[in-house]
Design a protein around this ligand. Structure first.
Ligand code: NDX
Length: 254
């Protein structure tokens, strides 16, 4: 049966941090090539629905299986299971709900491949750490880190889901054109969905107070932070009437 290997957790978290930096250096200047930043439309692509479903599924399945199959079942402490369920809850939404409503353009197969690998890797790291390694005191549920982190997680998730919905409503089924997002946090930033997702994973990191979760929050920041900036530039270039006061990612700041 599996055991906690602290050196494995350290190695996988460090690699995740390194990938984050690699990503930052790759995507600060040029955006990752999918959605509105795809130039060569001749590349092999899969319908957005299938692509997002396949890509995100391991992030739900791997930790859910680790949680379900652990023997002997981990009954104590509650914190680990609850936190693992939060992670799975987000990816339940991303895998089983988000793809079925998306009106996005087809997704490049090459990025789908790397995206899937990433979701297996991260799903394993977060799940393995929480199910086999994490130890919390019995009163963790009343600790300020847990409560404030959980609050941020829920707030971020709310913003993320609401913003995903606002983006979807910009198109009729079958449409692939881009419009100016309006309402919700889009009033203040071009990347409202990304802002929500980043807040969410930093909340998760604070609630779990763990190296793997902080590494993932940092990865998220390095992955979709630059993308928010590129979306913002795209909008300014495309729409002459784009709201001047709107920022890229952080309301009123940047
Ligand atoms: N999936 C996270 N890296 C990623 C896929 C890409 O969940 O090689 C990371 C995730 C992957 C990435 C994933 C990992 C790293 C990869 C990368 C590709 C390269 C990179 C593998 C796994 C890599 C190294 C080097 C390290 C190996 O047509 P369309 O699609 O543009 O339509 C869009 C529509 N829309 C509009 N419609 C009308 N008018 C407008 N103005 C519109 N603007 C947008 O809305 C879409 O249908 C939809 C959303 O579009 P967009 O571009 O705002 O969001 P998108 O980037 O597609 O993300 C969707 C959601 C969002 O809520 C976001 O927060 C979340 O997924 N997300 C996305 C990426 C990563 C992530 C979360 C995370 O890190 N936590």
């Amino acid at each position: 049966s599996m055991q906690c290997l602290p050196s494995l957790v350290l190695a996988l978290s460090s690699l995740l941090g390194a990938l984050a930096l690699l990503q930052l250096s790759l995507y600060l200047r040029v955006p990752s090539r999918y959605g509105k930043h795809e130039e060569r439309l001749c590349r092999a692509r899969l319908p957005a629905r299938c692509a997002w479903f396949l890509q995100e599924l391991p992030s739900f399945l791997v930790p859910a299986l680790l949680l379900a199959l652990r023997s002997p079942p981990r009954l104590e402490p509650l914190g680990c299971r609850l936190l693992c369920c939060l992670f799975c809850w987000h990816y339940f939404y991303r895998t089983f709900i988000y793809p079925f409503f998306t009106r996005g353009r087809p997704f490049p197969v090459q990025l789908l491949f790397f995206g899937t690998l990433f979701c297996i890797y991260n799903g394993f790291l977060q799940g393995y750490y929480l199910i086999y390694c994490a130890e919390y005191p019995n009163n963790w549920c009343t600790d300020i880190r847990f409560t404030s982190g959980l609050l941020l997680f829920l707030l971020g998730m709310g913003i993320n889901i609401h913003s995903d919905l606002l983006l979807r409503q910009l198109r009729k089924p079958g449409e692939v054109t881009y419009k100016i997002p309006q309402g919700g946090l889009f009033t203040y930033v071009s990347g409202a969905n990304y802002f929500g997702e980043i807040v969410e994973w930093f909340g998760f990191a604070i609630a779990t107070w763990s190296l793997p979760a902080f590494a993932f929050a940092f990865f998220t920041l390095c992955c979709i932070g630059p993308r928010a900036y590129h979306h913002h530039r795209y909008y300014l270039k495309t729409f002459t009437d784009y709201p001047k006061s709107r920022k890229a990612l952080i309301p009123f700041v940047f």
